[in-house]
Design a protein around this ligand. Structure first.
Ligand code: FAD
Length: 394
């Protein structure tokens, strides 16, 4: 385990300590940290959201909140964001809360079916097959791919364009496209990214989303005007509508035989006395239940060296985490390491908050496990579609 000096200049930390643990890509304009998250939430105004959430250009027309990096890492728990919009105009509030529920749905789905979400969920779609699904030349694809690679954040609409273009237009395996997007997104989560890809390319729904010039003219008209291919647009027409064949049926989509394992503990599991709080990537905020329950304990975060070496995430993501930790260090006694978080947890008495992701099972011998801050409790009934899942929520 290597201890980092979290008070040092972040550019120097990334270049010296994370060499070979990222794939470059600079820094996002979106700042990490609880302070930045609180500031973004305090400025949130969703008036007009229902009409404008999908606008891509001009930038001033965008209605999306840009809260996703904070929500993904639980710097902003979903309940807090939900409550924050209680006085917003009705249609904007309903649409926005619907999207918060999509985030919760992604978490429930991934918690229940785990790594099976990496495979075609309900319908057969091109899954494997490497290559670059975003070749240069079209102004719309170039714009979205550049924003992804330079800033690490995209509106939902651009994510759909890119996913559809990769697989529906260019017939490349969606698994590789989602990996490329995941590497760059500072809100990148397996749950929401896999769901987003499966729902766009049709493996989750049976109906692939067709990307065509029509959407670009509606959501970012200036792009078509400046495109070198404007008189021979390769996506002038919608792609042919096709029905995908059903994939082998997964019974877990209909019922959950182990709701307890999906949900995690409902009350604090106390195994022995903790001496430190361990934060995970899924819960980095001041509202982390283990952090709140142990206000006097030192706090530890361990970057997972072998996972980072393998994933080769963009440096934008590393900077976002470091900014978040540097901000936390102004309020808590924090030590940050590069090493093996599971080994650290095994050998030390740590208090940790449950995370609804398959890798949480790698933690053994935890001193204390705190419940995950669900927006809605997982249920054991159908989760095969958003509406089926939502209809059974309490
Ligand atoms: C191909 C693809 C990949 C995606 N990958 C991710 C990802 O890795 N991480 C991620 O958080 N979201 C992902 N999404 C969902 C969505 O695009 C982003 O959450 C949203 O664009 C973030 O911007 P925002 O915060 O301004 O969202 P807003 O429109 O302001 O919505 C508020 C919040 O609701 C949630 N939300 C909104 N739309 C969705 C959605 N479709 N699915 C799940 N949650 C949603 C997010 O937490 C978001 O911050 C993906 C969507 C697609 C189509």
């Amino acid at each position: 385990m290597k201890l980092l000096d979290i008070g040092a200049d972040l550019e120097s930390i990334v270049s010296h300590e994370f060499e070979s643990l990222h794939s470059g890509g600079g820094r996002s304009s979106i700042q990490g940290g609880q302070t930045a998250a609180d500031h973004a939430l305090s400025k949130l105004d969703i008036t007009g959201y229902a009409n404008n959430r999908s606008e891509v250009l001009p930038l001033a027309a965008r209605g999306a909140s840009v809260l996703s990096p904070y929500i993904r890492h639980n710097l902003l728990p979903l309940q807090r964001v939900w409550d924050r919009v209680s006085k917003a105009p009705f249609s904007d509030r309903e649409k926005f809360r619907d999207e918060l529920l999509w985030q919760e749905y992604a978490r429930h789905l991934y918690a229940r079916i785990g790594t099976r979400l990496f495979n075609n969920l309900r319908f057969e779609q091109i899954w494997d097959g490497p290559g670059n699904g975003w070749p240069e030349g079209m102004a719309c694809v170039d714009f979205a791919a550049t924003e992804l690679r330079e800033d690490g954040w995209l509106v939902n609409q651009s994510r759909m364009w890119l996913a559809s273009h990769w697989t529906v237009r260019n017939s490349l395996g969606w698994l590789h496209g989602q990996e490329e997007m995941y590497r760059h997104l500072i809100d990148g989560s397996r749950a929401a990214n896999l769901l987003g890809w499966q729902w766009t390319v049709g493996s989750g729904t049976g109906k692939p989303y067709g990307f065509a010039r029509w959407q670009v003219q509606k959501r970012a008209p200036e792009l078509c005007g400046s495109c070198a291919l404007k008189s021979k647009c390769p996506i002038q027409e919608f792609p042919e509508e096709i029905s995908l064949n059903a994939a082998p049926f997964d019974g877990l989509l209909l019922s959950d035989p182990d709701l307890e394992a999906t949900t995690g503990p409902l009350i604090v599991q106390e195994n022995h006395e903790p001496t430190t709080v361990l934060l995970t990537i899924d819960s980095l905020g001041d509202a982390d239940p283990a952090l709140i329950a142990n206000p006097d304990l030192p706090v530890i975060f361990v970057f997972n060296e072998s996972a980072l070496r393998k994933l080769q995430l963009s440096s934008k993501r590393i900077f976002f985490y470091l900014e978040t930790l540097q901000d936390l260090a102004t309020r808590r006694q924090l030590s940050v390491y590069i090493g093996d978080p599971y080994e650290f947890a095994y050998k030390n008495s740590v208090s940790v908050t449950y995370a609804p992701v398959p890798s949480f099972l790698k933690f053994k011998n935890l001193a204390e496990i705190h419940p995950y801050p669900w927006l809605k409790s997982p249920h054991p009934l159908s989760i095969r579609s958003f509406s089926a899942w939502r209809g059974k929520l309490k």
